[in-house]
Design a protein around this ligand. Structure first.
Ligand SMILES: NC(=O)C1=CN([C@@H]2O[C@H](COP(=O)(O)OP(=O)(O)OC[C@H]3O[C@@H](n4cnc5c(N)ncnc54)[C@H](OP(=O)(O)O)[C@@H]3O)[C@@H](O)[C@H]2O)C=CC1
Ligand SMILES: CC(=O)N[C@@H](CCC(=O)OP(=O)(O)O)C(=O)O
Length: 346
């Protein structure tokens, strides 16, 4: 049994990790940290976990955590994980970090979008935790940087097209919509019921969202040339789900290609990526609660553009489910262990 700790167990990704791990036969949850709920059972904080998760939240220092588990999920805010992760690695632990702190390979880019990095030497070692792209490297990683939720939905949608030169990489327009759990559980005016319900709005318009460098890093690697994108996130009045609608101009080769067949062959063996039949758009309701990413493509022959659509559950494939997928790979467990539950519907 692998002994596992969740650092930041009282956040939305933390509780989702605990929920998924409750059905995982190869692990035992031996530590769950929270400062504000220290001393309370996690199942008292989150009643959905009653009779499924039997652990008490503790406010443990990194040093105290070392004796408690061999594998850790860091589910704390970005800019905070970098204070914790290096000390876990130094003690020989393996880590999946759900924050953005180790996702960017270039320290200057991280520092331009976040803050000075206190362990830039780990950026070269950390593996970007998108199994569909980096499975073999994740298997041997000590530190996996779990992707952001929007980047997961976008990169899975675009990588095959860029790899094969089927769209013009200078023409990418990404319109993504997220449920409010993407903003985390900490109280903020922007996610109050009255601010979100019965409405729909963009935010961080004009290239200021911090997922842009992460999306551009991975799309550039897929294209083999620098890619810049227009990315506009929107806040949906739902709790879970991301739907990305992406527009790109087809190259001549792309106009003639059978893109649906390309996607089917690219993702055929992937347990969590589902390419939908032509004419069937994806929906957040059809991936909710699951580690699935649903993809669909539609050529618009009138404009010469392609429309790619992608739906995930932001807390599962966009965070905790993907993190467990990475843990499975890093520990030699079957990759799908604990993750094969079908989406909830309705
Ligand atoms: N929500 C989502 O859809 C996604 C989130 N992520 C990333 O995952 C990470 C966690 O996100 P999420 O669960 O939504 O966030 P929440 O705000 O819901 O939870 C954050 C957790 O971290 C703990 N925490 C906060 N500050 C500190 C600190 N300084 N030291 C130690 N613990 C701290 C909190 O507990 P307490 O205050 O009690 O200690 C809480 O358990 C973030 O980096 C986020 O960017 C990634 C993809 C998607
Ligand atoms: C709706 C909402 O607020 N979403 C968050 C993204 C959450 C996420 O996945 O981002 P990180 O993992 O990089 O923190 C945002 O726009 O900042």
């Amino acid at each position: 049994m692998l002994h596992v700790g969740i650092i930041g167990a009282s956040g939305y990704t933390g509780v989702e990790l605990a929920r998924i791990l409750a059905g995982h036969p190869e692990i035992r949850l031996t530590a769950a940290t929270s400062r504000q709920y220290a001393g309370k059972a996690l199942a008292e904080v989150f009643p959905n976990l009653r009779k499924r998760v039997d652990i008490v939240c503790e406010n443990l220092s990194v040093e105290e955590l070392l004796d408690r588990a061999d594998f850790f999920f860091a589910a704390v805010p970005h800019k905070t994980a970098m204070d914790i992760v290096p000390r876990l690695l130094d003690a020989g632990k393996k880590v999946v970090d759900l924050s953005a702190d180790y996702r960017l390979h270039d320290a200057a880019t991280y520092e331009a979008w976040y803050q000075p990095h206190s362990s830039p030497h780990l950026l070269a070692e950390a593996v970007y935790g998108l199994p569909e792209l980096y499975r073999d490297r994740i298997r041997t990683a000590r530190l996996t940087a779990n992707p952001g939720c929007y980047p997961t939905s976008v990169i899975l949608a675009l990588a095959p097209l860029l790899r094969h030169g089927l769209i013009d990489p200078a023409t990418l327009i990404i319109d993504s919509k997220s449920g409010t759990s993407g903003a985390g559980r900490a109280a903020s005016v922007g996610t109050l019921f009255c601010e979100v319900t019965d409405g729909f709005k963009p935010y961080k318009v004009g290239g200021s969202h911090r997922h842009i460098p992460e999306i551009e890093q991975e799309l550039s690697l897929a294209a083999g040339q620098p890619v810049t994108v227009s990315f506009t996130p929107h806040l949906l009045p739902i709790s879970r789900g991301i739907l990305s609608t992406i527009y790109a101009t087809l190259t001549e080769q792309g106009r003639d290609a059978d893109l649906h067949a390309l996607y089917e062959s690219t993702y055929d063996a992937e347990p969590f990526v589902r390419v939908l039949p032509a004419g069937t758009p994806p929906a957040t309701q059809h991936v909710r609660g699951s580690n699935c990413c649903d993809l669909a493509l539609q050529k618009d022959s009138r404009t010469g553009r392609l429309i790619v659509m992608s739906a995930i559950d932001n807390i599962v494939k966009g965070a905790s489910g993907q993190a467990v997928q990475n843990m499975n790979l890093m520990n030699g467990f079957p990759e799908t262990t604990g993750l094969l539950g079908a989406p909830f519907f309705p």
